[in-house]
Write a protein that binds this ligand. Structure first.
Ligand SMILES: *Cc1c(COP(=O)(O)O)cnc(C)c1O
Length: 392
């Protein structure tokens, strides 16, 4: 790892050494096109099969139900647009939530322009979608429900099995964006009862620009990328072989010791939360205390700006995130923090620290210490904080 202290694993992760090693030959040695019949082509075909089997095994799906894509965003786009356009004869209503990733939200907004009606479900103060709210939103013309498995900003894990059951009872297709949950939760697509599930390699120590969509056999979905006959004629384009091989290896590694991984991260996460909350006053934890991703910490610091904390942390060599508002260059408060009911002021004072496989206990202690002095210093120059102190 580099000299930076990395606390932004929800944004992306480094490619693990073992993953990179398996990828490398596919750039220049086993470079054959898997559609070709000669030897190095067949080797590619073989590697493709292995990668598909590996991903399928982690989800308890059939290999034929795994389709490789150009990443989580493409998987989400395919699931939503693909189902919308293939089922237009049945209806034009789609249900999602207000806290989805932009890959889902902006796709739904696009579909609204194309004549679809979208219901954006509210969430409670923890970021949970209400099972009854979903029941009540279902109409005769509802064709798709898309609810994310775990939120990328506040880490809240949804009751996907219950939500999927409700959709199923009405014969509605259910999609979940599991990009954050994958590798951090035990996922069995059959037990969950979902029809479509999106994953991405670069959130699980694999390469960027590759992902997969699980499509349950028999799900009515249109093709998004037209061209050659790759991916059983459902997603055209010569396969990203190094990427797909990397995804397969990363997937296998992510689930080798999944329980241990979850336990370790949960312990470090709670240490980080406890450290910050006990040492720094006027803080609040965003998201659910326990139904939360093992690597996610999201905390609001009153009287100061998250962006200022980020800049100060960066000067100390610590990489973190203030949510995802700034990724678009917009300074508006995050749609997720707004949906859980935070005021603009509190939302602007929010910081997301996400940890992963290379995070150590020492790093946690160091960050708590640095945060304490940074927050203290920023509050000393905050007019809002000055008022509070005088009021006492
Ligand atoms: C990162 C992320 C995506 C997008 O995945 P890419 O592979 O970066 O396109 C989608 N949904 C969630 C929840 C994510 O965290």
């Amino acid at each position: 790892m580099c000299t930076q202290l990395y606390f932004d694993y929800a944004a992306t992760t480094p490619v693990k050494k073992e993953v990179l090693e398996e990828m490398l030959p596919f750039f220049n040695i086993n470079f054959g096109n898997p559609s070709s019949i000669y030897n190095i082509g067949r080797q590619g075909r073989n590697a493709l099969d292995i990668a598909r089997d590996r991903v399928a095994k982690t989800l308890n799906s059939k290999s034929e139900e795994i389709f490789f894509t150009g990443g989580g965003s493409e998987s989400d786009n395919w699931a939503i647009k693909g189902v919308a356009f293939a089922n237009r004869d049945k209806g034009n209503h789609i249900i999602t939530s207000k806290i989805e990733h932009h890959a889902v939200l902006h796709t739904c907004e696009y579909l609204e322009k194309e004549g679809f009606e979208i219901t954006y479900l509210d969430v409670d103060k923890y970021g949970l979608v209400g099972v009854d709210d979903l029941k009540n939103a279902i109409r005769d013309n509802t064709i798709l429900v898309s609810i994310m498995y775990a939120n990328n900003e506040i880490g809240t894990i949804q009751p996907i099995k219950e939500l999927a059951q409700i959709a199923k009872k009405s014969g509605i297709i259910f999609h979940t964006d599991a990009v954050q949950a994958y590798g951090n939760e035990i996922i069995d697509v059959n037990d969950l009862g979902v029809d479509l599930l999106s994953i991405s390699a670069h959130k699980i120590y694999g390469p960027k620009g590759v992902g997969a969509l699980y499509i349950k056999k028999g799900t009515k979905i249109q093709q998004l990328i037209h061209g050659g006959g790759q991916e059983k004629k459902r997603r055209a384009g010569t396969e990203n072989m190094p990427g797909i091989v990397g995804l397969g290896k990363a997937a296998e590694m992510a689930y080798e010791n999944i329980e241990e991984h979850i336990d370790r991260l949960t312990r470090l996460r709670d240490k980080l939360i406890d450290g910050i909350m006990t040492k720094i006053p006027y803080t609040r934890l965003n998201g659910h205390p326990t139904k939360r991703l093992p690597g996610n910490v999201n905390i609001s610091f009153e009287f100061i700006e998250g962006e200022s904390i980020l800049l100060s942390l960066d000067m100390e060599g610590i990489a973190a995130s203030s949510g995802s508002a700034c990724t678009s260059g917009s300074l508006g408060p995050s749609h997720v923090l707004a949906a859980i009911g935070l005021s603009h002021e509190i939302a602007h004072g929010s910081l997301r620290l996400t940890i992963g496989d290379f995070t150590t206990e020492d790093e946690i202690n160091y960050v708590v210490e640095k945060l304490q002095s940074i927050v203290d210093r920023l509050r000393q120059i905050s007019p809002l904080y000055e008022k509070v102190k005088r009021g006492k």
